[in-house]
Design a protein around this ligand. Structure first.
Ligand code: PGA
Length: 252
């Protein structure tokens, strides 16, 4: 059975103190009134993870890093390894976000190394895919996204693939206020699930949580999550506002 997941991606926002306050506020709302069947994840900056793990009920809220290094350890100044992330108490790692691909040159080759290290260290990758506007305008979004999966997560064993959460995030919808319509989201999620079924079989496809990301908010989450193949969301801007975030968590 696939799980419903709502994951916040704080990106490069909040100081440590602000982040801990935000986590505490989310924790209060989730423990008081969060839908019990929804897995809640907070994707915080590296510097905040250990403190956020301490500030929340980790039986109810999982913490994610937003990246990890492509090397296990060593002379890589400024990098944070998957083992380091794991040692903070984080359980998840967001990998392949379009901002990492675009601004930091993360290729499929780099992402394959990160995926392997994340899995080796027992972290659950939340693996992002999604097309830019010109691909959407050309109508080739399904091919583009499935190719992203073929170059990366479809290279994993079936067992490892089964540990992933996949987030479909059309780049043109991220942080723009332009959300994919419910039909566009469902169409892409179905295409992704069909491709997973073709690669790993129907059972694996049925068990994979597919999140939608891109200007998902308290107003549109309901409609987006009503789609049969949308199993939750990866939430940027709205995850910084506890009252909005809890509405998204409770939007099923
Ligand atoms: P957004 O970001 O909700 O602010 O559009 C989503 C994401 O980038 O994960």
């Amino acid at each position: 059975m696939r799980k419903k997941v709502v994951a916040g991606n704080w990106k490069c926002n909040t100081t440590l103190q602000e982040g801990v306050e935000l986590a505490k506020a989310v924790n209060k709302l989730v423990t008081e009134k969060g839908a019990a069947d929804v897995v809640v994840v907070l994707g915080t900056p590296f510097t905040h993870i250990a403190s956020v793990v301490d500030a929340v009920d980790t039986n109810r809220i999982g913490v994610a890093s937003q990246n990890c290094a492509a090397e296990p350890k060593g002379a890589f100044t400024g990098e944070v390894s998957a083992a380091m992330v794991k040692s903070t108490g984080a359980k998840y790692v967001i990998l392949g976000h379009s901002e990492r691909r675009e601004y930091y040159g993360e290729t499929s080759e780099i992402l394959n190394k990160k995926l392997a290290l994340a899995l080796e260290n027992g972290l659950t990758p939340i693996y992002c895919c999604g097309e830019p506007l010109e691909i959407r305008n050309a109508g080739t979004q399904a091919d583009y996204v499935i190719n992203q999966l073929k170059e990366t997560v479809f290279q994993l064993s079936e067992e490892d693939f089964g540990k992933l959460i996949i987030a479909y995030e059309p780049i043109w919808a991220i942080g723009t206020g332009v959300t994919a319509t419910t039909e566009q989201a469902q169409e892409m999620h179905k295409a992704i699930r069909d491709a997973i079924a073709e690669k790993f079989g129907k059972q694996v496809a049925d068990d994979t949580s597919l999140l939608y990301g891109g200007s998902c908010n308290a107003k549109n989450a309901n409609d987006l999550f009503a789609n049969p193949d949308v199993d939750g969301g990866l939430i940027g801007g709205a995850s910084l506002k506890p009252d909005d975030f809890i509405q998204i968590i409770n939007a099923y």
